[in-house]
Design a binder for this molecule. Structure first.
Ligand SMILES: Cc1ncc(COP(=O)(O)O)c(C=O)c1O
Length: 407
């Protein structure tokens, strides 16, 4: 990985700060910022009119949505719904999909998920929907598949599960989970927020029904996307004006104007992965999609090196317990690494590290049930270090030096 090339694409990295709270929000690509400006300067009119600028704005936005559809391998750009945040999109989904649900229907949620994929489903208890909780094994920190099979029933409508825990960093086998869920006749809704910055999202390969993530953690702006299988989207009511028809997707799920300038900026992210490929590999034979795949593989390999450095230090400190998988294997985890210390509160550790101009964080990260069930509230949650591919081994060494002053 040519870190100099990579870091140049993120102008804010020049300010000298060490950003290791990337699971909270990543730095943004310079090209995404430039695209936002381009939109304002060239296309800033209302869509749908017959004059040139409006027609061109419509075409530019369609192109950006098509690029997003290609990026996640949706079979149709209509399956791509834009929204202000993942939380809002999941809330919209829960409202729309539950119209036909009745008392006694069941939903399975996990105790590892961020509240975005929890509260919106839990609130359906008000109409008599039963909530079952798929609990993580507190020793292995894994969601066991046989537990899921035990929870599924003829009444199960939907399983809401995260692709990757934003605390544990562990990657769940979503393809396998989707198969189990579908065999039971239910649907699966996946929170990909903590996964998408690190690995390729391929919604068709995973065979998920709904998939959500937030661009501000994937090197873009504060905007989120929800994928849904087209027949399912057409088959449920929307939340927009009454005159929208069943087949008016994605519009019926995007009340009012969606954010044009931020949507336009998104093409910067797949394009960055294409440039990353071009910069690192000889020849130019690959298609855009193959370039995304190859770049994500490169990222996964490099991130495992970063994780390995940090984990081997943390594993060597007797008083520290990693909350998650202790191995750096890139098929098992992303470099979002959480831990607690036997004698120090998580808040005390982070406040000391702050002084070294390194941004890490403590708390529950809105994975409230997980922190409660693992009995970690008394230490103010976990210390979380969340790395991405623009972090360097030197930065990890600097963090370890900072930790060494404390432990
Ligand atoms: C795993 C996970 N899911 C969902 C969210 C919510 O994302 P948004 O802020 O776009 O609603 C977050 C935000 O931290 C997250 O980490």
């Amino acid at each position: 990985m040519d870190l100099e090339f990579i870091r140049k694409q993120f102008p804010s990295l020049k300010n000298g700060y060490t950003f290791m709270d990337n699971a909270g929000g990543s730095q943004i690509l310079g090209t995404a910022v430039k695209n936002i400006q381009d939109y304002y300067l060239n296309y800033n009119v209302q869509l749908g009119a017959s004059y040139d600028v409006s027609a061109n704005a419509g075409k530019a936005l369609l192109k950006s949505t098509e690029k997003v559809a290609q990026f996640i391998n949706a079979s149709d750009p209509k399956e791509v719904i834009m929204g202000a945040s993942s939380t809002m999109l999941l809330r919209i989904l829960s409202i729309c999909i539950s119209h036909s649900w009745k008392a006694g229907d069941e939903i399975i949620i996990t105790n590892t998920d961020h509240e975005a994929n929890v509260s919106c489903w839990r609130d359906l208890e008000n109409k008599g929907v039963k909530i079952k909780i798929w609990k993580v094994d507190p020793n292995s920190f894994e969601l066991e598949l046989n537990e899921l099979s035990n929870l599924l029933s003829n009444q199960t409508k939907l399983v809401a599960v995260t692709h990757c825990s934003n605390v544990l960093g562990s990657i769940n086998p979503i393809k396998q989970i989707a198969q189990i869920v579908h065999e039971a006749g239910a649907l699966i809704c996946v929170d990909g927020v903590a996964f998408a910055p690190h690995r390729k999202v391929d919604v068709q390969e995973l065979d998920v029904d709904f998939y959500v993530f937030s661009w501000y953690k994937v090197y873009g702006p504060h905007l989120a996307v929800m994928y849904g299988k087209l027949p399912l989207l057409i088959g449920m009511p929307g939340i927009n004006h009454n005159f929208f028809k069943a087949e008016d997707v994605p519009y019926k799920f995007q009340p009012g104007n969606y954010n044009f300038e931020l949507t336009y900026s998104l093409k910067a992210i797949p394009e960055y992965l294409e440039e990353l490929y071009d910069h690192h590999f000889e020849g130019n034979k690959f298609s855009e999609v193959e370039k995304h795949d190859a770049s994500f593989e490169l990222i996964a390999e490099y991130e495992a090196q970063l994780a390995q450095e940090l984990l081997s230090y943390l594993n060597s400190v007797h008083e520290i317990r990693i909350i998650g998988n202790t191995s750096a294997a890139s098929n098992k985890r992303v470099p979002t690494i959480s831990f607690i210390h036997k004698n120090l509160k998580s808040s005390e550790i982070v406040e000391k590290v702050d002084k070294d101009k390194i941004g890490i964080r403590f708390g529950d990260f809105y994975a409230k049930q997980l922190i409660k069930d693992l009995d970690l509230e008394h230490c103010n949650g976990v210390v979380r270090v969340s790395l991405v591919h623009y972090n360097t081994l030197e930065e990890v060494a600097k963090l370890i030096e900072s930790f060494k002053k404390i432990f």
